[in-house]
Write a protein that binds this ligand. Structure first.
Ligand code: 0RA
Length: 639
């Protein structure tokens, strides 16, 4: 490290108070639902990662406690404890009680730091009923406690630090139950993020342990290979076409660029771009730079070696990306995040920097590894041929434009409302359930689209085949958004899209096929939370003139116990939606007052890509393993 800035309490900038955060938490952490809750942990972990990026921290431990709190411990420098001159209070107290009083806003103090979560640990404190910070620094162990964001104790000096004891910070917090809709941390959500951080920051060792479930062993993540191992992980259930992951790195103008890529047999690209450890799912200049350079480099190699003679044209971007798994990670001292969800990298200078890194690095790699270059070109040529064949038959263009001009599908029973904001579309498995749903619905705002057959597995077919499928075409025209590059959320005809399938294996399969289609061709619909799984009950129980519905066996037993004194007068098992009459279907599944819906969101595109490749791809072993690992969570898959 050169030119280390002196970092004491004096350098901390002060901006505003925490009441603003408590009043409008969503402004700072996006939402107060499950997602917002997990952002609290991300925020503290990101601070520890910043210490690691500055070269001071190598171990991060996350511990989920039985009482619902969580501790994040690191071996960084420790939050400063000396007196903050302006406030005449310990720096740690200022950092935890004054918004934006971290060091990060002073670009000299930190080379690189997260932009999205980088709201500061004071936000975590503001949204916690209680927070305890323990610091090992300046020869001692220190502790301070906070309640509802306010100091509940002075900073205490607990004891001297042992000579061999490393410095660091432990932050334990209890999220405020009055602020969050849920305060239950989900281990798998945290694991996905921690794994990702370990891939993006090689050398950092991250552990998560869950005391709520004493049986479960801790998970640890440390990847010496960094994003190369990330690509291998993403490709676990994809068939790679060459053994080694291509890796490029470059530093230019203080901007660090890393790219890892491997071509697979698949049809889907799986390309993930990060800036300062933030998953930039809306893309941006680093992704654009990568795409331009990858297209150019593959074309250059192909032309120089006469591999495009038969094709008689250059490869297009979509051709060279078919089946490509890639991770792009840049670290920038002053990242600009734009877009609806602030996950699009705006810095325009990054485009050229990534382009040059990939042109040079991958160009050289291809010259040194002609076998790899050739399989990559061959794969792209195959994709181009398929694209041209479809274009020549004019099928693709015809089908695409037909989607825009044709009237609504005949099978759709549309709703009366023309205002998408209060309209819902039920996509229903089977014609008979579709019939019941049509009779049972409220036609004012509920539309029904029955699906007759199984829909196509889009993971295994190119777009021309996908668009031949009648069920998929009906769905696209009913939704009104178009697909792929032409997708336009403004065309969406229904605020909610509800997938209504039987509660059995076939139903789960159909739902997964539908989700795969939506994920691959209408991803913003999922990202923006428009898609829901309807949860029809499995049992209807009667006793004492009352009716109760149970979603599963455990609930059935509980109801029989609590409401029927152990002996119900009737227990009906719904074998499928088709067995419910229209009134039952309305009562249990469609009535907004009483129904149970599960919103399907994509927390993590990389994890979702892997899940879809695993569930829908060719490799049998990883699929079996995935289903076995997730079996305890029933057939529901959280993506
Ligand atoms: C302000 C300044 C410094 C470090 C930190 C905050 C810091 C915050 C957190 C939050 C969790 N773990 C943390 N570790 C460090 C710089 C300290 C220095 O210059 O010595």
């Amino acid at each position: 490290m050169v030119d280390e800035p002196e970092y004491g309490a004096g350098q901390i900038q002060v901006l505003e108070g925490l009441e603003a955060v408590q009043k409008r938490p969503a402004m700072y952490i996006g939402s107060t639902d499950d997602r917002g809750l997990h952002h609290l942990v991300d925020e503290v972990v990101d601070n520890a990662i910043d210490e690691a990026l500055a070269g001071y921290c190598s171990e991060i431990e996350v511990l989920l406690h039985e009482d619902g709190s969580v501790t994040v411990a690191d071996d960084g420098r420790g939050i400063p404890v000396d007196t903050h001159e302006e406030y005449d209070r310990p720096a740690v107290e200022v950092i935890l009680t004054v918004l934006h009083a971290g060091g990060k806003f002073d670009t000299k103090s930190y080379q690189v730091s997260g932009g999205l979560h980088g709201v500061g640990v004071s936000v975590v404190n503001a949204l916690s009923a209680k927070l305890v910070v323990e610091i090992r620094r300046d020869g001692a162990v220190w502790r301070q406690t906070f309640e509802d964001g306010h100091p509940a104790s002075e900073l205490e000096r607990l004891r001297d630090l042992e000579s061999d004891e490393p410095s660091g910070t432990d932050i334990r917090f209890w999220p405020n139950e009055e602020i969050f809709e849920t305060t239950e941390f989900r281990r798998s959500v945290l694991e996905n993020r921690l794994r990702e951080l370990a891939f993006l920051n090689p050398g950092v060792h991250i552990t998560i342990d869950d005391d709520r479930d004493p049986e479960s062993p801790p998970s640890t993540y440390e990847f010496e290979g960094g994003i190369r191992e990330f690509v291998e992980y993403l490709n676990e259930s994809r068939q790679a076409l060459h053994r080694d992951v291509i890796y490029v790195e470059n530093d230019e103008a203080d901007i660090q660029v890393e790219v890892a890529a491997q071509m697979t047999e698949d049809l889907q690209p799986s390309i993930h771009a990060f800036a300062n450890n933030i998953n930039t799912r809306e893309g941006g200049s680093h992704l654009t730079g990568f795409k331009t350079a990858w297209t150019r480099t593959v074309n250059d190699y192909a032309n120089e070696n006469g591999l495009l003679d038969a094709l008689e044209e250059n490869l297009k971007g979509e051709d060279v990306r078919e089946g490509l798994t890639a991770v792009i990670s840049i670290k920038h001292p002053d990242p600009q995040f734009e877009g609806q969800t602030k996950t699009k990298l705006g810095n325009s200078e990054v485009r050229g920097i990534v382009e040059r890194a990939v042109n040079d690095g991958v160009g050289t790699y291809f010259k040194e590894h002609p076998d790899t270059a050739e399989v990559i070109v061959a794969k792209a040529v195959e994709a181009a041929k398929a694209r041209k064949a479809a274009e020549q038959a004019e099928e693709l263009t015809r089908r695409k434009s037909a989607l825009e001009t044709t009237s609504l599908p005949g099978k759709l029973a549309d709703c009366q409302s023309r205002d998408p904001a209060d309209a819902e579309l039920f996509v229903v498995e089977g014609d008979s359930a579709g019939g019941s749903a049509k009779q049972g619905r409220n036609p004012k705002f509920q539309a029904i689209l029955p699906l007759s057959g199984k829909i196509l597995n889009v993971e295994k077919h190119r777009l021309d085949r996908v668009l031949e499928n009648n069920e998929i075409r009906s769905l696209i025209t009913a939704l009104g958004t178009g697909i792929g590059e032409e997708f336009d959320i403004d065309g969406l005809r229904y605020e909610k899209v509800l997938l209504l399938v039987d509660a059995d294996v076939d139903g789960a399969h159909i739902r997964t096929l539908l989700l795969t289609f939506l994920y691959r061709h209408m991803r913003p619909l999922l990202e923006q939370g428009h898609v829901y799984a309807s949860q029809p009950p499995l049992y209807r129980i009667r006793c004492g003139g009352e009716t109760y519905d149970a979603m599963n066996d455990a609930e059935r037993e509980q109801i029989i116990e609590e409401h029927c004194d152990g002996s119900p007068s009737q227990v009906q098992r719904f074998k499928g939606l088709g067995e419910m009459n229209p009134e039952q279907l309305w009562d249990t599944t469609m009535n907004p007052e009483t129904r149970i819906l599960k919103r399907i969101t994509i927390e993590d595109a990389a994890a979702a890509d892997r899940i879809f490749s695993t569930l829908m791809g060719d490799a049998v072993e990883p699929r079996k393993q995935f289903i076995q690992e997730h079996a305890p969570e029933a057939e529901w898959i959280d993506i």
